[in-house]
Design a protein around this ligand. Structure first.
Ligand code: COS
Length: 381
């Protein structure tokens, strides 16, 4: 059995996309991931290359120059990228999930023409700014303001932990208007958009994470995305898709840690035998493999729901919760199996362990996922 995605059961298109993603990940990402992690370098050129190959418009309709893929194929490709470097995967995931979903569902024809098309072609990298220093889990408490300014808008406030905030070409920024929370398309070269220094993070160190000061950012009226006051709903819808991207990223991290552990336990000898000969090690590897397979299967089941146009909010939170806790558990076991070597930066499982942690935190902590799941058990009205 293969730990990676098995080619059986995939369509010809799915196989081609997975092969392309795997080859790119193997040659253009993985060899550099440790160095980018060490130096905190964000490789924009690699994102641009992924964009030219179509990976920044995976589910965007072909009418807007996207690949128009089904959700499962998107997940398969994203897992390959995540297994090579979770930092690259998060940029790809956020771009494909949140701003893209919002523009596809709620953008005007003119906005789709202007922004979505270039995003799908990989000419513009996009991000999403919801969290603020005083509003993380309680996203509805955000304080960034958007006030009417002649025939446009004036935005002011501070955003926190924005992925791609210092490197993207445009951000979808959530701000409060008189009517409630609204979504705005903010090109990052507008006056008053001020990204801070990249955060010094535990993991995902090659991913660009910044605070953003919005100092009287003036936007034309047509930068309001969808209806004034409906932004919170759009953000939650976007996060439903985004959380699945995190679940897939977590599966990629866990799978890679398992692959390393399996190889190491075959090679490393103690007490006259390879580690894989010891039953305690076998049991650990068996549990790791079972959890990776289960996390992947749960995530893929939600892809089916999306493609059948069924509701998936609760299931997305279940997949994110289970996959992220799997990634943390599996990477912890991998470090344990590597022993002292597992604690060293020279060996790959230490990075995977650090990268795994954030999957339990961002796009909604595990506690928020449990709230969403519990609410799904008692639907309103
Ligand atoms: N899809 C569509 N609409 C949704 C939705 C979803 N998944 N979830 C909530 N909504 C809508 C609700 O229907 C409600 O609409 P009405 O006011 O018209 O009834 C509105 O949004 C408010 O929902 P709710 O009352 O559930 O909001 P809460 O303030 O209780 O917050 C949680 C809900 C906790 C789920 C939300 O704040 C959350 O997800 N927090 C975590 C934020 C997060 O993930 N941050 C990561 C940062 S990503 S940069």
């Amino acid at each position: 059995m293969s730990i990676a995605i098995e080619a059986t059961g995939l369509s010809e298109t799915q196989r081609q996309i997975v092969d392309l993603a795997r080859e790119f990940a193997r040659t253009r990402i993985e060899p550099h991931a440790a160095e980018w992690d060490r130096t905190g370098y964000f490789p924009r050129d690699v994102l641009d290359e992924l964009g030219r190959l179509g990976f920044l418009g995976m589910c965007t309709p072909e009418a807007f120059d996207g690949m128009g893929l089904d959700t499962l194929t998107y997940f398969l490709a994203l897992e390959e990228i995540a297994a090579a470097d979770a930092s690259i995967a998060i940029s790809v995931s956020i771009h494909n999930a949140i701003p893209t979903t919002m523009l596809v569902r709620h953008g005007s024809a003119a906005q789709q023409e202007r922004w979505l098309r270039s995003m799908a072609r990989g000419e513009r990298l996009a991000g999403f700014a919801l969290s603020e220093p005083e509003s993380g889990s309680d996203a509805g408490a955000l304080a960034t303001r958007a006030v009417r300014d002649r025939d446009g808008w004036l935005l002011s406030g501070t955003k926190a932990w924005a992925t791609n905030g210092g490197t993207a070409d445009l951000m979808v920024v959530m701000a409060r208007t008189e009517r409630g929370i609204s979504a705005f398309i903010v090109p990052t070269d507008v006056p008053g958009y001020r990204p801070g220094r990249p955060e010094d993070k535990m993991g995902l160190r090659a991913s660009n994470t910044v605070a953003i000061a919005l100092e009287d950012v003036r936007l034309p009226a047509d930068h309001l995305l969808g209806e004034d006051g409906q932004g919170f709903r759009y953000a939650m819808e976007g996060l439903d898709v985004g959380r699945l991207g995190i679940a897939v990223q977590a599966v990629g991290i866990a799978r890679r840690a398992l692959e390393h552990a399996v190889a190491y336990c075959a090679e490393r000898r103690q007490f006259g035998a390879a580690l894989r000969e010891f039953e305690a090690v076998q049991f650990k590897l068996a549990d790791m493999a079972t959890r990776v397979e289960a996390a992947r299967a749960l995530t893929h089941a939600v892809a089916g729901r999306i493609d059948r146009s069924e509701g998936f909010t609760t299931q997305a939170s279940m997949a994110k919760l289970f996959a992220s806790e799997t990634a943390m558990w599996v990477t912890t076991q991998a470090v344990q199996l590597f022993g002292g070597y597992g604690y060293m930066r020279d060996f790959p499982v230490e990075k995977l362990f650090r990268d795994a942690k954030v999957t339990e935190l961002y796009e909604g902590t595990s506690e928020i996922q449990r709230i969403v799941i519990a609410r799904g058990l008692y639907p309103r009205g």
